[in-house]
Ligand binder design. Structure first.
Ligand SMILES: [Zn+2]
Length: 267
């Protein structure tokens, strides 16, 4: 190890890490926000890796709904804004009980939400992901779901469709595996300014996708025609407005986007 590396290591061990710990501890003393999932209070949520200040001027113009990147994560339970928001919707709409004895497909499962769904004792609970992070999660391609028609009573797919190149096929597949009368939650960020979804195959590098779509792994910015796409896939659509359930102050307190409604679909 040379002198520079030694100084860098000393800096990390004796200055940067203690400062980070101190910042987290001071944050925990605050009461400005509360995590709806774990109930802890603190001064601020931690931001997503691309916060709103670092968004491109293009994205800043789009009034993105459901892109909560500043009030993002809870230091205690690691819940994200979109995960907390589902807890809030499920409580107000009494959706938890629908999981009892139900066949549930949860795509890209959030850990707190998974635990709460399990507690409702579903008859079958399948966690799926294109890139499973552990053995409990089944590898499932949303555009080719390896389950028969009418397999599930409930499908949860929270902030996934914006990553899927052939999203219409994914929507049709989710529709296919839902039983008649089954329901799904299909949250995805969208622009309230754009009438039409913006996607262009020439936007083909990480840098360009971050600039135009907000994330290297996003393949589009949905416009308000998102809802038409869902209906064209066969779903009956009900968007439950957040403002009818929670005040803006409550949304700020819990760190969720008050403009983001619940995109509830049924077959
Ligand atoms: Zn929490």
């Amino acid at each position: 190890m040379n002198v520079e590396q030694t100084i860098e290591k000393l800096y990390v061990v004796f200055i940067r890490r203690p400062l980070t710990v101190l910042r987290i501890e001071v944050n925990k003393l605050g009461k400005k926000h509360k995590c709806y999932v774990c109930g802890q209070t603190f001064r601020a949520f931690y931001p997503y890796r691309t916060d709103s200040a670092s968004a491109s001027s293009f994205l800043k113009e789009l009034n993105m709904i459901g892109r909560g990147v500043d009030d993002f994560g809870c230091f205690y339970c690691n819940s994200s804004d979109r995960e907390r928001h589902l807890f809030m919707f499920f409580d107000k709409l009494n959706l938890w009980q629908e999981f009892t004895q139900a066949h549930v497909l949860h795509f890209a499962p959030e850990s707190n939400l998974s635990q709460s769904i399990r507690r409702m004792k579903p008859a079958q609970y399948v966690m799926g992901d294109l890139y499973p992070s552990n053995d409990e999660i089944t590898r499932i391609d949303l555009t080719d779901i390896q389950f028969p028609d009418n397999s599930f009573d409930f499908v949860i797919c929270n902030h996934v469709l914006e990553h899927v190149p052939n999203d219409r096929k994914a929507m049709r597949e989710i529709f296919r595996v839902l039983r008649e009368g089954g329901r799904g939650i299909l949250q995805t960020p969208y622009s309230s300014i754009l009438g039409k979804t913006f996607e262009d195959t020439n936007i083909n590098s990480d840098e360009m996708r971050i600039r135009f779509y907000g994330e290297a792994t996003h393949v589009r910015v949905y416009g308000c025609d998102l809802f038409e796409r869902l209906e064209e896939s066969g779903f009956r659509l009900e968007v439950v407005k957040n403002d009818e359930l929670y005040s803006r102050n409550e949304c700020s307190y819990y760190g969720v986007d008050h403009e983001e409604g619940l995109i509830l679909v049924s077959k």
